[in-house]
Design a protein around this ligand. Structure first.
Ligand code: CTP
Length: 405
């Protein structure tokens, strides 16, 4: 967590919209308003009808010193209020956000002031869900969350903890201080990848052994997809070249599906001249059969297959691009000596940044990552979600891009 002084300074004169929905956690939105105002931000609150069952608008008006919006049909300065607000705000927080609000937003419903504001807002959106675990864990809510994340919407929480009554579980809204830290990050990052084209490779490639069998690895593609979502949220244009993935893809500017390492290599080289940043996240199957069988292998006891190394895509990229080299980021998965081996790959493949991680991150929502730069600077991140690691990687990539002439 950032120290309090830093948080307060960074909020000075920022224009923050806060949407509040009908949950018992609405009382925490009062504390959030107080902290934002204390940090020097100007806050304008929009409440749903449900929120007003828990807290009176006057409480928010008193804390924010601004009028609270409660209806879709009010006007301010001659303009419809949700348009006026979305032009005014720099970030829109919804805390607490109910399953109903998330569901409506994901489906494009705009039937009150807040949902209409969400749909018209061109600014970063941060959602802090609060609901009973049975609602949060419902696949419909999960699908809605994934869809919104894919569109670049930020989420914080919920966390496991005590809920209303005797219930304990996943659904508790995070504390206002944590929302403050996240808002600060969002405001600092803004749209720092605007007008940048980012090429991401993701997922596992497959090499044919015989007509019904392949050599591959358990990559889910989640890390590459998290990077695509995060970069989209920061304004980038995304080209995704992917092998087999097992999670839904976010909206992309261009999608190229491939199977083998060779197909991926060709696709990357074809797109290379158009991009500013290359994030080579794909788990390329390292070996392929030298002579794939054209018929199903039938040996009952033992079979010997001669394998050859799949050409290294990053090394080829490094050889080809000389003048207009994109910033190049690679990943390194090792079961031992992770940092040392990653440093060697960084050198050999001419990378600007490499992320070292272990095999346990395959298929997982979370990752233990170490970021290693060309200058040898090493940043050990605590175990966190792939989406959060994606933001950290992009922070570094943006720094490197800025330092380039
Ligand atoms: N990579 C690549 N082409 C390959 C294999 C890997 O471009 N044929 C990229 C990966 O996408 C990753 C980086 O190189 O960004 C490191 O991949 P990794 O599998 O960890 O290392 P390898 O270079 O394959 O080395 P080794 O298998 O010997 O550990």
């Amino acid at each position: 967590m950032l120290n309090a002084k830093f948080e307060l300074n960074s909020l000075k004169e920022r224009r923050i919209l806060l949407g509040v929905t009908g949950s018992i956690a609405a009382y925490k939105a009062l504390e959030l308003t107080r902290l934002l105002v204390k940090g020097g931000a100007e806050v304008r609150v929009v409440m749903t009808e449900g929120a007003r069952k828990f807290i009176a608008p006057l409480s928010f008006e008193t804390l924010s010193q601004n009028k609270v919006t409660t209806t879709l049909f009010s006007q301010e300065g001659g303009r419809i209020v949700h348009l006026e607000l979305s032009d005014w705000g720099e970030v829109l927080i919804v805390a607490p956000a109910t399953a109903n609000l998330i569901g409506k937003f994901a489906q494009g419903v705009a039937d009150d002031g807040l949902t209409t504001l969400l749909l018209s807002a061109q600014i970063p959106i941060l959602i802090a869900p609060a609901m009973h675990p049975s609602l949060w864990e419902n696949p419909i809510t999960q699908e809605n969350e994934n869809k919104l994340r894919g569109l670049g919407v930020h989420f914080i929480g919920p966390i496991r903890g005590k809920l209303s009554g005797q219930d304990v579980g996943m659904g508790r809204m995070v504390e206002p201080e944590e929302i403050l830290v996240k808002v600060n990050q969002i405001l600092t990052r803004g749209k720092d990848l605007m007008e940048r084209r980012v090429l991401i490779t993701a997922g596992a490639t497959e090499e044919v052994l015989d007509p019904i069998r392949v050599l591959t690895n358990p990559s889910s593609g989640r890390m590459g997809i998290a990077l695509a979502e995060a970069a989209k949220g920061r304004g980038a244009e995304i080209i995704l070249i992917h092998g087999r993935t097992s999670c839904p893809l976010p909206p992309l500017d261009e999608e190229i599906a491939v199977k083998t390492g060779e197909e991926m290599r060709k696709a990357v080289l074809r797109k290379l001249s158009e991009v500013h940043l290359l994030l080579m996240v794909a788990a390329v199957a390292d070996y392929r059969p030298l002579h794939p069988s054209s018929t199903k292998i039938k040996e009952r006891k033992r079979v010997t297959v001669e394998l050859e190394r799949v050409p290294d895509i990053l090394s080829d990229v490094n050889k080809i691009v000389k003048n207009r080299k994109p910033v190049m980021v690679g990943f390194s998965v090792e079961s031992e000596n992770g940092v040392e081996r990653a440093k060697r790959k960084l050198e050999e493949k001419g990378l600007d940044l490499i992320i070292a991680n272990g095999p346990a991150s395959f298929g997982s929502e979370e990752i233990d990552a170490t970021l290693i730069g060309r200058d040898g600077e090493l940043k050990d991140l605590p175990r966190m979600t792939k989406r959060d690691v994606a933001e950290e990687i992009l922070d570094r990539a943006v720094e490197i891009m800025k330092s380039r002439p």
